[in-house]
Design a protein around this ligand. Sequence first.
Ligand code: NDP
Ligand code: 2IT
Length: 445
Amino acid sequence: MGLIQDTLETVRRRNAGEPEFFQAVTEVLESIEPAIQRHKKYRDGRILDRIVEPERQLIFRVPWQDDKGQIQVNRGFRIQFNSAIGPYKGGLRFHPTVCASILKFLGFEQVFKNSLTTLPMGGAKGGSDFDPKGKSDAEVMRFCQSFMTELFRHIGPDTDVPAGDIGVGGREIGFLFGQYKRLVNEFSGVLTGKGLNWGGSLIRPEATGYGAVYFAQEMLKTRGQTLQGKVCVVSGSGNVAQYTIEKLNQLGAKAVTLSDSNGFIYDKDGISDEKLAWAMDLKNVRRGRIKEYADKFGAEYYAGKRPWGIECDCAFPSATQNEISGEDAKTLLDNGCFLVSEGANMPTDPEGIEQFLAKKILYGPGKAANAGGVATSGLEMSQNSMRLSWTREEVDQRLHRIMITIHKNAYDTSVEYGQPGNLVMGANIAGFIKVADAMLDQGLV
Ligand code: NDP
Ligand code: 2IT
């Protein structure tokens, strides 16, 4: 067996019962093989064996009381994966499916994504199997306070800087920050995605969605095209989906779907700014289900289905992992979809990726296409360190430049390694080399 297969075998054995983690590692390792073959230093330094092992994994009890006075117990996690190029950085996910496998896949992806942003950030991920759905604000606050009561000792503005992900938005970051501040007696940039009047950055809420659209623009440029008039299918209806649609509208594209875990809506007239504003209030304030959009605007609703059967030019998966199966990918391709920009993390399963690459469509993998969120978190950290805040235009310009640079770096690397336009390979190799070289520079770490 070759080096890559040997390493994968060890990963499988050591992480039994963790399919998402194994999937993420397999995708990266198989695509960086040419770089491992080209550079003896990575083989001699046993970089592969080192990079697949998190530096530290924390698992802890999170007891809290619900509104009825009943005691609830959840499990909290923080996977501090790699700090070779900067402090650990990455989001927190609150969702009933959260487990070690999912957070290790996300932490592993984050290492390469953060490397691509051009900013000095290591990779981490954390969260809990706590389900915020149906909980009162007071219950969410008590949970967040209990979660931070353990997490605070492991993080810090120069150690590890968490942020949001699924189920963790502005409300949760506020409760987490408040508790950290009480425990440490320090007002610092320990979290990103903070409120604007207490250290947050303009454009951070918009950044992942805007970034995924900027990335799509760069891919289209390689074929002399723009987003004007393109029909776009978007999944999810949370933070990433909302701002993806906002930016698509600004650029003259037509977004026609939104979804949640119960189903999707299809609005063939396009989700206008007014309808989007209504949907944002529905999801962010009233915390309702996307079906209500169909009831309100007379759009079609498909219960229990994902939106990939709707005819489109471009797809922006923005909900969760493995939401595009091989079969879904085939449907998209058969219907003429020629661009996929991943706002979510690992939304396309391995069979789906294989088809996108074989058909040579414009395919932007999550760790490149959705890096605008964490990149803008990096910009929030910079502003916190300087104790000042940049204007909306300044942050947006920086985000846009970063997305252009990530695309160029991934594209140029795909050319350098003989597969022009294969951004899976390009992003993985470019992200890997920076981290691997830093690890070698720092001795046996
Ligand atoms: P939100 O919690 O704001 O929204 C998540 C959306 O996805 C909801 O509509 C939710 O529906 C849906 N969803 C979640 N889990 C599932 C599931 N298992 N099946 C079907 N639908 C599901 O999260 P974000 O928008 O922040 O995150 C979306 C994706 O983007 C995730 O993959 C995340 O890792 C990734 N991402 C987020 C970044 C950020 O800055 N926020 C940065 C980079 C990537 P429901 O309400 O029914 O659960
Ligand atoms: O997956 C991701 O990149 C995020 N959830 C954002 C992480 C961050 O630190 O802003």
